[in-house]
Design a protein around this ligand. Structure first.
Ligand code: FE2
Ligand code: FE2
Length: 141
């Protein structure tokens, strides 16, 4: 497979950045809407996820700038629902998508010998995996 170019990688990282904004907004909204005593600990967990997604966005913005790109301020719309389980499923789908994207992105960064970026992406990937595990547990998976 042909190596990707730095310009292509910047474009992909900007997509990741937009989706980090989306995740932050979605978790912020969902923790506000989640209802019921059974979901109290999950509500706190989602609030923590929101702040961690913001941290990821901050890291990606700095890396994109470092690579010579302009960090995006655009983001895809967040998914919402009035139903607890639906919200948690929406969040889990976002995490599984993020995990797949970051696994690909780490390989692409290493193909370009950007080991510092690859390390930052590994750190983000580890947190996304924790997020997915929290949600799977809450969903009884
Ligand atoms: Fe994230
Ligand atoms: Fe996440």
């Amino acid at each position: 497979m042909a190596k990707i170019t730095k310009a292509e990688l910047i474009k992909l990282l900007n997509k990741d950045l937009g989706l980090e904004y989306t995740a932050m907004v979605q978790y912020t909204q969902h923790q506000g809407v989640l209802k019921g005593a059974m979901y109290q600990s999950m509500q706190k967990e989602l609030a923590i996820h929101a702040t961690e997604e913001l941290q990821h966005a901050i890291i990606l913005a700095a890396q994109i700038d470092y690579l010579g790109g302009v960090p995006t301020v655009d983001m895809p719309p967040a998914k919402i629902s009035r139903d607890n389980v639906t919200m948690l499923k929406q969040d889990l789908a976002g995490e599984n998508d993020a995990i797949a994207r970051y696994i690909a992105r780490i390989r692409q960064a290493e193909d370009l010998n950007l080991y510092h970026l690859a390390q930052q992406l590994r750190n983000i990937l580890a947190i996304e995996q924790e997020h997915a595990m929290d949600l799977e547990q809450a969903l009884g998976k």
